[in-house]
Design a protein around this ligand. Structure first.
Ligand code: CA
Length: 296
């Protein structure tokens, strides 16, 4: 087996809101884990509360990191978080920088999601629409918990309000005041590459008519959802992946922020249906090479 992706520390993949490891046989990180393992990487996908605050999810992640270190004998881990998984990873690294070699944000709402802001304005928690949305999310989370086959651990608590608050621009600003590690100081800039011994990286995509809405995405419902959600964006109108803005995703070293990938394409969803010319798996493979070259 090739060892070109055999990083020093294991790669721990942290999912976003409504995330999972595997629903029956269907993985969240579709095609990504086998590609990394073929190159000799140790890869572990974890599960945290699908609907909860980044702090609660982060505490759950810390427990899992401890278990992974005990099981693998690794002294630290490389965290790669998609969407809210990035905030979850940032929390864990802020609390235990000695356990975390690097944090990589993949389409992470590191300055909040304008979609969450839109929902806060148009479907507040106490409103009729807000209550319907909560019930719907609760149902989806319960169904997903039934179908989850990759997670073995205690029942994970659900808090829909905390989950939503953790993703708005206002909520993430509060989070950022407590856990600023890796954030850029200017809007659209890059963050420090290393803070407290932890390396920080990020990448993200944008909707690009003619690319993201073509090719195999023509058959992908999540791609259509992203195009609908993108209409909620004001500050980063035309510069978002449907759920997260291009500049909002910046953390540490910005590897790229305009790949032709919507918010689901970036983890090769759904079923590897992505837009024309998109190669989401290649970005993960190249990143493992980058981490290995940095002795991480
Ligand atoms: Ca897709």
């Amino acid at each position: 087996m090739s060892q070109e992706l055999a990083t020093r520390y294991p790669l721990v993949l942290v999912p976003g809101m409504l995330g999972f490891i595997r629903l029956l046989l269907y993985p969240y990180w579709y095609g990504i884990i086998p590609a990394l393992r073929r190159g000799g990487a140790r890869v572990i996908a974890v599960q945290v509360s699908p609907l909860n605050s980044s702090e609660v999810r982060g505490e759950q992640l810390l427990t899992q990191i401890q278990r992974i270190m005990a099981e693998t004998g690794a002294a630290r881990v490389n965290l790669i978080g998609h969407s809210q998984g990035a905030l979850t990873a940032r929390y864990a690294a802020a609390k235990r920088p000695d356990w975390v070699a690097s944090v990589t944000s993949v389409a992470g709402p590191n300055h909040g999601s304008e979609l969450a802001d839109y929902l806060a304005r148009h479907s507040p928690a106490h409103s009729f629409k807000g209550r319907i949305l909560s019930a719907l999310l609760r149902g989806v989370a319960a169904l997903m918990a039934l179908l989850e086959t990759g997670y073995r651990g205690p029942k994970l608590p659900v808090d829909i309000h905390a989950s939503h608050q953790s993703l708005t621009t206002e909520g993430v600003a509060l989070f950022n005041r407590q856990y600023p590690q890796g954030l850029p100081t200017t809007w659209g800039g890059q963050g420090p590459e290393q803070v407290g011994g932890v390396r920080y990286y990020s990448w993200s995509g944008t909707l690009q008519p003619g690319k993201t809405n073509r090719g195999r995405n023509l058959f992908d419902g999540t791609s259509r959802s992203c195009r609908l959600f993108a209409r909620a964006f004001v500050r980063e109108a035309g510069q978002c992946d449907g759920m997260v803005g291009r500049y909002s995703s910046h953390l540490g070293q910005v590897i790229g922020d305009d790949y032709p990938l919507d918010h689901f394409d970036i983890v090769n969803q759904s079923l590897g249906l992505v837009g024309k010319g998109a190669e989401p798996i290649r970005l993960f493979v190249e990143h493992a090479q980058r981490l290995k070259a940095a002795d991480l």
